[in-house]
Design a protein around this ligand. Structure first.
Ligand code: FEO
Length: 404
């Protein structure tokens, strides 16, 4: 894709990755983009770079607007590989440019590159850089998404370049939110935002609230939010900020996800009456078999619902490995404000359901107890118990949901 002017003199010069489906283990069925921005001012400034295998694309986009050797300043908002691994190629073309980066950013950058010949200036929250008609303001955002992270506000253009925050993994021929909504839909865009938040930013809800409050306190007038992934928010930047605040404050759907796996379908058979029990309480319910679903989709569905039931057969006295993998992944994401329960089939000793509750306890989640176990295969009586288990869980979910 060619460079795109997002406001007078400020250009998107990034790359669209239509083919990536595995983004460090995170399933990206829509691909993604690596966004970076070139500001044509008295001192030409580049904000961020792109993933190494897209270096030539961003260089071509830069060349379409300016001679890269004329770049005077390069801001590195975030040093994760998808944003910084073409900086060496850029520095070959602009060897006299000065890099602006946080202290932690520099410490990370020197692990990736020989930076001894580069001009580097460490910046912190509140520092500014005048590039001619414009002033850039730097705001550190540690852990959003890495310790080095910061965002850059272009004062005169009222643009917040937000690196990972407010991004989405969407490869698209359009660059702006309103264009995407016209081509596809707001529901698709919102789903991509939730997917990204759940899989990448879920552990950092408290930090997100603090950082958004800090930005609001600074009184920044924001007309455009330009993230490093996906579409640029220009029609209503407050919308994406509010979505983040809502998610950080625990907002979810009043619904249940049943996330399970199964060996000989006994645990799967348990889900059928459970769904009916949940539905009969007027609660929407989605059923997800882990071996049939990308992990990142299961994580998103967990996050979207107020309640989740985990189904696992017992294998060698433990949880089924795919379920254990899912819960291990979830524990790392430190979910909050969700209620969970567990069920499953067993042949002799059992143990999987107990182990699942052990994982819930480590996560500090609200639990619905006791769990439900069935020997070998659900009988008619067991099916009634499963129905009732679903119904009682739905009642608890409704009660818990009222807290938010
Ligand atoms: Fe898109 Fe944290 O990198």
């Amino acid at each position: 894709m060619h460079a795109v002017e997002i406001k007078n003199g400020v250009f998107w010069v990034g790359a669209v990755d239509w083919t990536v489906r595995d983004f460090h283990g995170y399933e990206t069925p829509r691909g993604t983009t690596y966004n970076n921005y070139l500001i044509m001012d008295e001192e030409i400034t580049l904000l961020d770079t792109v993933k190494y295998d897209f270096a030539e694309i961003t260089i071509k986009n830069i060349r379409s607007i300016a001679d890269p050797s004329k770049i005077r300043h390069i801001v590195i908002n975030h040093i994760e590989n998808d944003h910084v691994t073409s900086i060496d190629k850029i520095m070959e073309l602009a060897p006299n440019a000065t890099i602006y980066i946080t202290d932690k950013g520099q410490k990370g950058l020197e692990r990736f590159f020989d930076i001894s010949g580069w001009n580097i200036k460490i910046v912190k929250t509140g520092d500014t850089l005048n590039i001619g008609k414009r002033t850039l303001l730097f705001i550190e955002t540690p852990m959003l998404h890495w310790p080095d992270s910061m965002v850059t506000y272009i004062k005169e253009d009222k643009i917040l370049v937000s690196q990972d925050a407010f991004g989405q993994h969407i490869a698209s021929a359009v660059r702006f939110d309103d264009e995407f909504v016209t081509c596809e839909s707001m529901a698709e865009l919102e789903d991509a935002v939730v997917d990204y938040y759940a899989n990448i930013l879920m552990p950092f809800g408290q930090l997100i609230k603090t950082k958004i409050a800090e930005i609001q306190k600074l009184g920044l007038d924001i007309e455009i939010i330009a993230p490093d992934h996906g579409v640029i928010w220009r029609s209503d930047p407050q919308k994406i900020m509010q979505m983040y605040l809502d998610m950080a404050n625990g907002k979810s759907n009043l619904s249940v996800s049943i996330i399970y796996d199964t060996m000989w379908k006994s645990t799967e058979l348990m889900t059928l009456p459970m769904v009916q029990g949940i539905k009969d309480e007027g609660i929407d319910c989605k059923v997800i078999k882990l071996r049939s679903t990308p992990m990142s989709v299961a994580i998103k569905e967990f996050w979207k619902s107020r309640g989740c039931l985990i189904g696992t057969p017992t294998l060698n006295n433990l949880m089924f490995p795919k379920v254990a993998e899912f819960l291990s992944h979830m524990r790392g994401l430190r979910p909050k404000n969700r209620i969970v329960g567990a069920f499953g089939s067993y042949g002799w000793g059992g143990g999987a359901v107990k182990e699942a509750y052990g994982e819930f306890s480590k996560m500090g989640l609200e639990v619905f107890e006791p769990g439900l176990q069935v020997l070998y295969k659900p009988s008619a009586e067991d099916e009634n118990k499963c129905y009732d288990f679903g119904k009682q869980f739905a009642l608890k979910v409704k009660e818990y949901h009222q807290k938010f």
